[in-house]
Design a protein around this ligand. Structure first.
Ligand SMILES: Nc1ncnc2c1ncn2[C@@H]1O[C@H](COP(=O)(O)OP(=O)(O)OP(=O)(O)O)[C@@H](O)[C@H]1O
Length: 275
């Protein structure tokens, strides 16, 4: 049977909706340092499709952040290629193809939450009314309605991290890159934010790349779990999750969840055996 083509054409050129949103091919990255070269990524190839929630898990220093930063044009690969929506990472950054959420919320303490969200929009020259409309909408998306006039220090750590997610969403980018956004939070707050992030993902249909150290977090959130080896970071396993998209926290006690967690743990162990 002939496959129906879903290729669409836009004014800016062809956009093939069947091709991956993010595609890494044989990516290699070595940092030159005073103590000699640090080989951070080795032969990393990966396809991320539209609407995927992809987690990256691996030991400390294996290159998870470096991989995310390469996608975001914050690092230059020394070999191989990455494309984002068919563009180079640099072009994708200029096209505002993604929002980036860092480990620390990184909010300016002297600006209110609303003004923190508006800052990048201000720099980009959005009109005052557009800024306001966007700030209101994203505050609602992360359940921070009514907190826009507060200063960061008036909010809990979890709320600050939600504000930083709101800031990353303000551009309406289809891709959200998140580097251990909940790593510094306690378990209970982290659980709640994980639940909220899944709801946000379902509502907005974003494509998400998410770095974590936590096996349960990776399994709970992801449609695809990418297991990496110790430095130089290589991909040792890509696990497609068959869990339903709607996931109450209790799903973590099911045999299906535990089987996935087991496979991730085994993948991490095997990665260590390479050293
Ligand atoms: N700008 C840089 N210059 C030199 N070395 C770097 C640079 N950035 C990262 N590295 C090194 O590259 C390796 C990969 O770092 P990266 O932060 O990507 O790892 P990670 O898996 O995200 O670690 P963690 O889980 O601890 O955050 C590490 O050894 C790190 O020290």
């Amino acid at each position: 049977m002939n496959q129906v083509s879903t290729t669409q054409f836009t004014g800016e050129g062809a956009l093939d909706t069947t091709s991956p949103v993010i595609q890494a091919k044989s990516l290699d990255l070595t940092f030159p340092t005073n103590d000699g070269p640090v080989h951070a990524l080795s032969d990393v190839s990966l396809d991320i499709n539209k609407g995927d929630f992809v987690s990256f898990i691996g030991p400390s220093g294996c290159g998870k952040t470096t991989f995310l930063r390469t996608i975001a044009a914050l690092e230059q690969p020394t070999g191989g290629t990455v494309t984002v929506n068919g563009m180079t990472p640099d072009e994708a950054r200029r096209a505002r193809a993604y929002g980036y959420v860092f480990q620390a919320a990184g909010l300016y303490p002297w600006r209110t939450i609303e003004k923190n969200i508006k800052l990048p929009l201000e720099i980009m020259g959005y009109s005052a009314s557009d800024q306001q409309e966007r700030a209101d909408r994203v505050l609602q998306l992360v359940d921070l309605e009514g907190f826009g006039k507060k200063f960061p220090w008036q909010l809990s750590g979890g709320m600050q991290q939600r504000a930083s997610i709101a800031r990353a969403l303000a551009f309406d980018a289809d891709i959200l890159l998140m580097d251990e956004p909940f790593g510094a939070l306690d378990e209970i707050v982290r659980d709640r934010l994980n639940e909220e992030l899944l709801k946000l993902w379902a509502r907005t249909e974003k494509t998400i790349g998410f770095v974590t150290h936590s096996i349960p977090e990776a399994v709970y959130l992801s449609t695809k779990i990418v297991v990496m080896s110790p430095r130089p970071g290589r991909i040792t396993d890509v696990i497609e999750s068959d869990l339903p998209r709607e996931r109450p926290l209790e799903i973590r006690d099911t045999p299906e969840f535990l089987a996935l967690a087991h496979r991730v743990r085994e993948g991490l162990r095997e990665g260590h055996a390479y050293e």
